[in-house]
Design a protein around this ligand. Structure first.
Ligand code: NI
Ligand code: MN
Length: 223
């Protein structure tokens, strides 16, 4: 059992166990640092943290091209269904959904969530169990002390944390977040994509946690 993590750039990932592949926040079109074209992505599921355009990204086109199930907040699931997505799994913070590869749990995130002026429900973090590993994607969020609880309850081996500042935690607060969650490895995300965001991860320096900077297109096998 293993989890292969491929970074799509910004906050986007593919997580695969070889049979099932979950795309998270697949923002490719319009992402200046993405190296994948949407037509190169193969996935069975698409999980969304919230409705902002830099996270919804290519979701509808990818879901239709791959016959993939979209997992996200209730309002996001309704929206993509209206856009023609056939299979959705709606949820909300605190909830957990059993899926063929494992499960996805929704956590809180301190942020906002809208798309083209429409309310997209609560922003969320996602905890994903796949390939015998647990991956926590914090979404876009500020620091909150219940991150300690997320660490205690789900024991993620890997945490992807936004460090870009302005709209989310910056590197100093994300360092505190990683030290509270205590994953084996933390992956910095949501930085360097656009000029207003922090451009480097050099100030993301949690004690006792390995930091793994992935470039868009990089893959890493967790086992
Ligand atoms: Ni956002
Ligand atoms: Mn964002």
């Amino acid at each position: 059992m293993s989890m292969t993590i491929t970074f799509l750039g910004h906050s986007g990932f593919l997580l695969s166990d070889g049979t099932w592949t979950v795309a998270i926040d697949p923002f490719l079109t319009g992402n200046p640092r993405a190296v994948h074209k949407p037509e190169e992505i193969t996935c069975t599921h698409i999980a969304l943290t919230h409705g902002h355009a830099d996270h919804m990204g290519d979701t509808v086109a990818l879901a239709q091209a791959n016959d993939a199930t979209v997992i996200g907040a209730f309002e996001i699931a309704n929206f993509v269904a209206e856009q023609g997505v056939k299979s959705t799994e709606p949820g909300n913070p605190g909830g957990k959904i059993e899926l063929p590869f494992g499960w996805i749990a929704f956590t809180q995130a301190f942020h906002s969530s809208s798309f083209q002026g429409r309310y997209m429900g609560m922003p969320c973090g996602l905890v994903i169990s796949l390939g015998g590993e647990v991956f926590y994607h914090a979404g876009d969020t500020g620091l909150f002390s219940d991150m300690t609880l997320i660490g205690e309850i789900y024991k993620p081996s890997v945490a992807a944390l936004p460090i870009g500042d302005r709209y989310t935690m910056g590197p100093e607060l994300a360092t505190r977040a990683a030290e509270m969650i205590k994953p084996r490895t933390a992956i910095p995300i949501h930085y360097g994509t656009f000029p207003p965001l922090v451009q480097s991860a050099e100030k993301f320096t949690p004690q006792g946690v390995d930091v793994r900077e992935l470039k868009p297109g990089d893959s890493w096998i967790v086992s």
